[in-house]
Design a protein around this ligand. Structure first.
Ligand code: SAM
Length: 291
């Protein structure tokens, strides 16, 4: 997933992201390039594809498409929010496309959501090319900041947050610091007792024995009492399969508010109480790799 792994093959009008280390690749047939911006932090591209709607790419890596982003955004938001007993104060680090913010704001009990993305260009691109993702941005409970999430967490007050969502790029470039143990310790510090943190944690197939295993170990070392990794399908990411990892401060993230998750009135497309239960039951190969 390094930037140089990805390329556009203009003669065939395919966008291809090559996962060299894993001997695999993912391609989408594209109609045209809609945006090409070099921000101070990353190279941002948007394409119109033939069958997946618009596609956002950062440093050569696929971030999201119109067609399948609901899988990721619902699974990074709702399991964490239905795990916390009564989430009111939510923080999103990264998430500049605003898809996670939209899912969080569906929860009526949430009183305030602060989103901190390092790169305003990502949000500007979402406003132009992914209008469905930004439709909740005017909600008075939402606050959008553009700053380094690592620094923001450093400066936040102890115990001031109920749910902390790390919706970042892969652990290279500006997001590298978001995967370090020191950062996780600070996340633990700013969560109130009963607080839940959730971080996107890469592919179950490719990264169970490496990134996911290390993240879970680092979360425990940072002081979290429980961890749970939830896999879910994500066609446009390496291996077509992705995961989020939850960590609980004085709470068990393997339990959630099942009644609330069954009875909500949110118009969701993937998350259900059964999808949540199912995701908490890891397949044997993952259990073996994570133990
Ligand atoms: N769903 C995506 C994925 O897993 O590939 C992630 C989506 S979101 C676009 C990732 C965001 O993380 C980007 O907008 C990027 O600017 C932001 N980001 C990376 N490093 C960051 C940091 N240190 N602080 C705040 N935001 C950061």
């Amino acid at each position: 997933m390094s930037p140089q792994d990805s390329r556009l093959m203009p003669e065939e009008a395919w966008f291809t992201e090559v996962f060299d280390r894993h001997g695999s690749a993912f391609s989408l047939k594209v109609r045209e390039k809609l945006l090409d911006v070099q921000s101070p932090y990353q190279h941002l591209e948007v394409y119109a594809t033939e069958t997946f709607g618009n596609l956002m790419v950062l440093d050569g890596c696929v971030m999201l498409t119109d067609r399948d982003n609901f899988l990721y955004h619902e699974m990074i938001a709702h399991p964490a929010l239905f795990t916390h007993e009564a989430p009111k104060r939510v923080v999103i680090i990264g998430g500049g496309d605003c898809g996670t913010l939209k899912e969080v704001l569906r929860h009526p009990g949430v009183e305030h959501v602060t989103q901190i993305d390092i790169d305003e260009e990502v949000t500007k691109a979402a406003e132009r090319f992914f209008p469905a993702l930004v439709e909740a941005n005017d909600d008075p409970r939402a606050e959008l900041l553009f700053a380094d999430g690592v620094k923001w967490v450093d400066e936040a007050d102890d115990g001031s947050i109920d749910v902390l969502i790390i919706d970042s790029t892969d652990p290279v470039g500006p997001a590298e610091g978001l995967f370090k143990t020191d950062f996780l310790k600070r996340c633990h510090r700013i969560l109130a007792p009963g607080g839940v943190m959730v971080q996107q944690s890469e592919s179950p197939l490719y990264h169970s024995a490496t990134i996911i295993r290390e993240l879970r170990r680092d979360m425990r070392e940072a002081g979290f009492d429980s961890v749970a990794t939830l896999p879910f399908p994500q066609p446009v990411y390496p291996s077509g399969w992705w995961s989020v990892t939850l960590a609980g401060k004085a709470c068990d993230v393997n339990q959630f508010r099942e009644e609330a998750a069954s009875n909500h009135a949110m118009p969701l497309s993937y998350y259900t109480v059964d999808a949540h239960r199912g995701a908490l039951t890891l397949p044997p190969f993952m259990q073996k790799a994570l133990d």
